[in-house]
Design a protein around this ligand. Structure first.
Ligand SMILES: NC(=O)c1ccc[n+]([C@@H]2O[C@H](COP(=O)([O-])OP(=O)(O)OC[C@H]3O[C@@H](n4cnc5c(N)ncnc54)[C@H](OP(=O)(O)O)[C@@H]3O)[C@@H](O)[C@H]2O)c1
Length: 323
């Protein structure tokens, strides 16, 4: 697999990594199959894994811990996230920083995550939500500096709220941030406008998340697709959004180069952007792991195809069902 540098962390990460949310939070998961998918990813050369305490209250961190323990000779990079104490996604400017990331909450979760991963130092620890109005809070600076000083973490990052890619730029400018995780895919191209130039300027690692638009760009969803109660996708792919999304997927298919599948187009669109350090794809099935990781050597798309992708950009803003 191809490697890229995760910004100023210097980590040499594979350009395609694994996202573990679905393994602990979505219906249709099978723990044994999930662990098998993670091991297959490692065997195929993948070295970057994104998890979060909120994914099953440590379940997903534990899966990654097992995978790290089973592969002691390999340098695998772990990224996890501290959940907001108030349990609210996304962050809003009306929330006080200390209600979301008070120091005791941050350090207690960092310890839980270290324990679940089985590591002394977490490669990349991220806040799971962010609002830039908190940037100048001294508690924020103190927490990040102490996490690093005490070697609890190697690097610190922010997971930016859905469809708010610029809500993190002020924090980047403080010098405290090493990497950001942002939704970037064929539909959601807006991080290119403001966020990516700032990341380039400050040598910030860019983790592209939700590369397949939560599954619609995998090409297998239909207008009859439904999800059970308790599966986050039930709200996200509500009938209105499902139909709007599949209308766009249908239009995208018209621009699919011959011989290329929709997930290949989607993932290689992101690989085309050199600002992106790694793409975290949610993949629980071995078939998906094999297919997606095999795209790494193929790299980006031709300029002509990229040009055609521009018209598929979708401007959207947060809705009550989107987080
Ligand atoms: N707030 C946050 O910080 C946040 C929010 C969302 C996501 N994330 C991170 O980003 C990662 C990726 O996002 P995501 O998992 O939500 O969505 P995603 O990667 O856009 O889509 C995942 C879906 O695509 C399917 N898929 C994968 N490869 C496929 C292929 N080749 N063909 C067809 N379908 C395919 C998966 O199926 P299977 O699972 O059945 O293989 C799964 O249903 C997460 O796992 C998580 O680590 C973070």
């Amino acid at each position: 697999m191809q490697h890229r540098t995760l910004g100023r962390t210097g980590f040499s990460v594979t350009d395609i990594g694994c996202g573990l949310w679905g393994m602990s939070g979505w219906s249709g998961s099978d723990d044994e199959a999930s662990l098998g998918a993670l091991q297959l990813a490692v065997d195929l050369g993948c070295n970057f894994f994104d998890t979060a305490w909120a994914y099953g209250e440590g379940k997903s961190d534990g899966f990654l811990g097992k995978t790290l323990a089973a592969n002691p000779g390999k340098r695998l990079y772990s990224a996890s996230k501290i959940p907001p104490k108030n349990g609210r996604w996304p962050a809003l400017p009306t929330y006080d920083y200390n209600d979301v990331f008070p120091a005791d909450h941050v350090f207690a979760h960092a310890d839980r995550i270290r324990h679940a991963l089985g590591v002394d130092t977490i490669d990349l620890l991220q806040f799971h939500v962010w609002d830039d109005s908190w940037t100048d809070r001294p508690e924020f600076r103190n927490a990040v500096e102490k996490l690093k000083h005490d070697k609890i973490i190697h690097a610190f990052g922010l997971s930016l709220n859905r469809w708010q890619p610029a809500n993190g730029i002020r924090a980047i400018r403080t010098g405290l941030i090493d990497a950001v995780q942002v939704i970037y895919n064929v539909f959601d191209q807006n991080p290119e406008d403001e966020l990516f130039p700032v990341c380039q300027e400050h040598n910030i690692g860019v983790i592209a998340r939700v590369p397949l638009d939560e599954g619609s760009l995998g090409g297998k969803m239909t207008r009859d697709t439904t999800f059970p109660d308790g599966d986050w996708r039930k709200g996200y792919f509500n009938p209105k959004n499902l139909n709007a999304t599949l209308d766009r997927v249908d239009r995208l298919r018209e621009d699919l180069p011959s011989g290329m599948t929709l997930p290949e187009l989607a993932i290689r669109f992101i690989l085309s952007n050199p600002v992106v350090s790694t793409i975290i794809v949610g993949m629980r099935k071995e078939e998906h792991v094999r297919g997606n990781l095999a795209l790494s050597p193929a790299g980006g798309l031709d300029a002509g195809v990229i040009q055609k992708m521009r018209k598929h950009r979708w401007e959207r803003s947060p809705a009550p069902w989107s987080d």
